[in-house]
Write a protein that binds this ligand. Structure first.
Ligand SMILES: NC(=O)c1ccc[n+]([C@@H]2O[C@H](COP(=O)([O-])OP(=O)(O)OC[C@H]3O[C@@H](n4cnc5c(N)ncnc54)[C@H](O)[C@@H]3O)[C@@H](O)[C@H]2O)c1
Length: 340
């Protein structure tokens, strides 16, 4: 199933890594996209402006530089645009930053999300989708991580605010009959990526001849998800609004028994060790890494692995780009972007 063209889609976080890629894909497919992004200073605003600049080249894209904490401004954008689908990606992201700046997470991820939900309630789109994170699995030891597992042990405030948003959206889906899908993303990487994430930091440091910080002696693994695969998953799920009482695969579906609300992992289910990930970067750059070995950081988990069965049942596919290919694409982009 695919979306009728054109569909009016409101995306928050369009100057961010994932929102930019999603908006670009939707515009290219002929949809009309309205972006909201507050251009927060969490990382280089210049990179965010470059992403928005590329999107603005299309007359099917319009953007509003507002913070979701501004309730009136958020409502005004919704009233003006009248979205058929809303994808909420804006957030204060990052696990480590939440240790030093917890309030930023409450403001953006709870207050901002609440204001957005109120605007969504009034606009009544046919589907509301929002980014959660694999971090909500926190201290869960059972892997792969299943959507139906309990997620009551977050290790950071970032994870706690995303878990809270899963509950808040459930209540709204129940009360207002709002079809809602929550994605749990697993370590997304690729061109135009985030400067605070490992791949960007490693490539920048290695090209500058500086050491890279390797946590847990490299004995960590992540279910790395290439950005194009992630966008495939999001777009596939956009066309699959959950319906109360209609699970797609009853034994694995996370569909709520009392609301049109579903949680779906978007990850490939094939974790890669940090050591192998670094070796792939070394190969792509042709430079050996100088490694500064550090312990596992507070709030970090040693391993993430997605159960992909629900994603496959809903969309027919799962992320499968090999890291060698994805890292290569990132390195080509970075060299061009940074002029190195
Ligand atoms: N990148 C990953 O690996 C990953 C993994 C799990 C979950 N996620 C989630 O996916 C979503 C997108 O992540 P990303 O990697 O693109 O992050 P990002 O930081 O690149 O993008 C988020 C964007 O939201 C904007 N923003 C933040 N707070 C805002 C607010 N209060 N009002 C308006 N705009 C605001 C920022 O300016 C930024 O451009 C986030 O919700 C994040 O928590 C990402």
């Amino acid at each position: 199933m695919s979306l009728p063209v054109p569909t009016r889609v409101l995306v928050t976080g369009t100057a961010g890594f994932i929102g930019f890629h999603l908006a670009r894909r939707l515009i290219d497919a002929g949809h009309v996209v309205c972006g909201i992004d507050g251009m927060t200073a969490y990382y280089d605003v210049g990179l965010k402006r470059r992403r928005h600049g590329l999107l603005r080249a299309s007359n099917r894209f319009s953007a509003h530089e507002i913070m979701l904490e501004d309730e009136a401004a958020t409502q005004a954008v919704f009233r003006d645009f009248r979205p058929e689908i809303v994808v909420h990606l804006a957030a204060q992201a990052g696990v480590r930053y939440s240790l030093e700046n917890p309030r930023a997470y409450l403001d953006a991820n709870l207050v901002g999300t609440f204001n957005l939900m109120e605007a969504v309630r009034e606009a009544a789109p046919r589907h509301f989708l929002m980014a959660s994170t694999s971090s909500v699995y926190g201290g869960n030891l059972d892997q792969p991580f299943r959507e139906t597992a309990r997620t009551a042990h977050p290790l950071t405030l970032y994870a706690a605010t995303k878990g809270a948003a899963e509950l808040m959206t459930h209540a709204y889906a129940h009360l207002h009959g709002l079809p809602t899908t929550m994605f749990r993303f697993f370590t997304v990487y690729g061109p135009w990526g985030r400067p605070d994430m490992a791949l960007f930091k490693f490539v920048r440091a290695m090209l500058a001849g500086e050491p890279i910080e390797v946590y847990a002696g490299g004995a960590m693994q992540r279910d790395f998800t290439y950005i194009d695969d992630l966008v495939d998953g999001i777009v596939g799920l956009m066309a699959q609004a959950p319906r109360l009482g209609e699970p797609v695969a009853p034994e694995i579906d996370s569909l709520s028994p009392v609301a049109p609300h579903r949680i779906v992992n978007i990850g490939g289910g094939s974790p890669v060790g940090l050591d192998d990930f670094i070796a792939t970067i070394e190969e792509a750059l042709g430079i050996p890494a100088k490694k500064l070995m550090l312990p596992l950081q507070p709030g970090d988990v040693p391993s993430t692995v997605a159960d992909t069965r629900l994603l496959v049942a809903l969309t027919g596919a799962r992320p499968a780009t090999p890291v060698s290919e994805g890292v290569g694409a990132f390195v080509r982009w970075y060299r061009d972007y940074a002029g190195r």
